[in-house]
Design a protein around this ligand. Sequence first.
Ligand code: ZN
Ligand code: ZN
Length: 350
Amino acid sequence: MHGAGGYFVSGSFLSDYITAAWGHQFLAGKAELAPKAARRRDGRCPGVGHGCGHNLIGTASCGAAIALKQAWPDMPGTVAVMGTPAEEGGGGKIIMLEKGAFKGVDASMMFHPSFRYDIGSPSLAAAMMTFRFHGRAAHGAVDPHRGINAADAAMLTFAGINAFRQHITSDARIHGVIKHTGDKANITPDYSEIDMVVRAATREYMEELVERVLDCARGASLMTRATFEVERGMTYYDSRQCDSYDYLARENFAKLGIKAEQPGGDVPKASGDGGNVSHAIPHLGITAAISDHVINGHSVEWRDASISPRGHQAMMESAKVLAMTMCDLLYRPDVLERIRAEHKVVTARK
Ligand SMILES: [Zn+2]
Ligand SMILES: [Zn+2]
């Protein structure tokens, strides 16, 4: 079918892998938190949704594409808008990358809401894991000596992690939640489950920390005699930025009268599946402020800001910057060549 602005709109891509890949919500501009698939597989916070402002991401991309097509009907290239759900946790772009969605694509770009304007905010490598401990149920008073306490194994895992936290570099993040412990105080818990994320600036260090975290769980298993198994989920790569690509976006923000920062070392870093894309092709990540003051990610405040007039303003500003940056790439092939040459260098380093 043909959509707004003369764009060809295809159905869901790789529907075997990603259902509802391109939510109608985005095209209609409805203030949904995220497409359904993303809400299921992404980092959903009870009562908040994801609370990350992803409703603005797809709409900004659509806005950029529609503006570009209208302003430049015979542009010398093809622009594709991809719906990529489950950015955090489900790895929508990782699956799409592996299945060839980015094949033949010269460069990609996206916007994420924030409380500040920045360009090329670096993201951390991240490993998602599920830990499961199996014990043996028993009566809490009658025969606890025959029980094996799986909840203790989960708690001891965190005790171990907290003991080595002091001795890791400051870029690393280890955070998990106990998703299941037990049901009643008078029953020895026979099952516990941990949702765990390990992050670091490089994949190499992240894997080193994953092993240490696994050792804590193995140690907890040994101490309690609960069996331990781990299910490894998605691996997110740290992002690789090209200064020459970031420069274009910064200049375009400046044309709108906005000073977009290059984030320094003190800026909190998240992880996203755009990191994996950035290893394959030049990838630009910009953020725009949906709030005048600092707000916490994945919170009610962030959720509310993402459907506020300020949030919509950030979406429009981002759509303009994305469209203008796309113009730069299409209009000046030498710039794209320079970015691609730089990309080879930044992805060659460890
Ligand atoms: Zn997000
Ligand atoms: Zn998020």
